[in-house]
Design a binder for this molecule. Sequence first.
Ligand code: IPD
Ligand code: CA
Ligand code: CA
Length: 268
Amino acid sequence: MDKNKGKNSDKGKEKGKMMEFTINLAKEAGRLVMENYGRIKTKERKADDSFVTNADKEAEALIISKIKERYPSHSILSEEAGGDKKISDHRWIIDPIDGTRNFIAQIPFFSVSIGLAKDNMPYLGVVYFPALDEIYYAEKGKGAYLNGKRIHVSDKGPKDGPVMAYGANLQKGTEWHMRKIPEFLKLTDRIRMLGCATTNLCFLAAGRFDAFVGRYGFIWDYAASLVIAGEAGARITDLNGQPYTIDTKDFVISNGKLHDELIKITRS
Ligand code: IPD
Ligand code: CA
Ligand code: CA
């Protein structure tokens, strides 16, 4: 008899519970965020020029306290609260509201993003868009889902009118964007900027976008949705076409059909 069989199935059960826990947590935080939609109490500008509201902080506090209670040995990195000094094998990577500017302006493209990295590579991700009531989730090797239905990237090629999402604050690296955007336009039919990193990756995972180029991101913007996009079949690299790491800040992500052409533009 396989002595490890019992142990392995316990592990499997715990993993299933972990996904259920993370989905419930993202939804609970999303409900809290929506209580503040159109009625935020505080709004401050941070050193990097972005905003933080009471909803970001309250959602973050809720998520962190529930993770600490359930997984006390896991470390946490979260946008507003920062990171634990000691990084454990399992690290939760949280963006309590991705797309805070959209949230403030009542543009419904914002999410609660909760990722879990193992040995520094994201392997579980849940992203909830409370104003759209769309929940995306994935675990490495198990496929990506939107509201319970399996999702896949599109199969549009350069001649099929592909739509590209662009993720960047144009104030930063303006000269690079102004040089590259006309090149991207030659390869795609339309370019969209929705102002929310997780929207770009999750919508690509669902086949709504066909390609994405993003610059100057943080790992909390991407951790969860990288798993979702990857499990939906996306090709994910840095600007030079190299595999991403936990430190990658600039991404090219696509359905695969446009990737090499995009890299020719981004690497030069
Ligand atoms: C920002 C948004 C934005 C992206 C920035 C992110 P935040 O996240 O996703 O679209 O261009 O890089 O930092 O500040 O709203 O969590
Ligand atoms: Ca973010
Ligand atoms: Ca944020």
